[in-house]
Design a protein around this ligand. Structure first.
Ligand SMILES: C[S@@+](CC[C@H](N)C(=O)[O-])C[C@H]1O[C@@H](n2cnc3c(N)ncnc32)[C@H](O)[C@@H]1O
Length: 157
């Protein structure tokens, strides 16, 4: 029996090792303006969480699936079950496109950062959300991902 089923986590998959968003220094530079607790939602292997923690951020990663070789910073839990606090910052990087990002945005009130490929924006986010979002930085990852603020404030540097 897989270890998650043994723990009663029937919905958890064990996925192969794979990183989607590979952040560059521009990403970390841009994140310096966010000095509150960051939750890297859909963290996958946890490379972004790890990078942020190593740079002094208070960051936790969550993912509802386990990936082989995942860094030890990641909690196995669903994005909709996390007890977000008022000033928690939600960070979503290169999500899969099943609709959960928009649902999470609608269900929460936190500052919300989306990092992804431009051509995936209209798959992940409705035109209403896109019309209010702000481009924070372009080319913040190896595949040319952009970083957008969907809701909230940030400290200017
Ligand atoms: C395409 S992967 C990106 C992973 C990582 N952010 C990266 O860039 O490598 C999307 C991740 O979102 C996770 N995910 C999907 N729905 C989720 C949910 N409801 N709660 C938490 N994680 C979720 C998946 O398990 C998957 O690991």
């Amino acid at each position: 029996m897989n270890m998650f089923k043994a723990l009663g986590m029937d919905m958890c998959l064990e996925l192969p090792s794979q990183k989607f968003f590979e952040p560059n220094e521009k990403f970390f530079e841009c994140m310096k303006r966010f000095d509150k607790t960051i939750v890297d939602v859909g963290a996958g292997m946890g490379q972004v969480t790890k990078g942020l923690c190593e740079r002094g951020h208070l960051c936790v990663g969550i993912d509802n699936n386990y990936r082989e070789g995942q860094y030890g910073y990641i909690l196995t839990m669903d994005a909709f079950d996390y007890p977000y606090k008022k000033d928690t910052i939600i960070l979503v990087c290169r999500p899969n496109h099943s609709g959960w990002v928009e649902d999470l945005f609608e269900e929460t009130n936190q500052t919300f950062i989306y990092v992804g490929l431009e051509h995936n924006l209209d798959i992940d986010l409705s035109s209403d959300i896109r019309s209010d979002m702000k481009l924070l930085a372009s080319n913040v990852g190896d595949d040319g991902e952009n970083m957008y603020l969907l809701r909230g404030c940030y400290e200017k540097h």
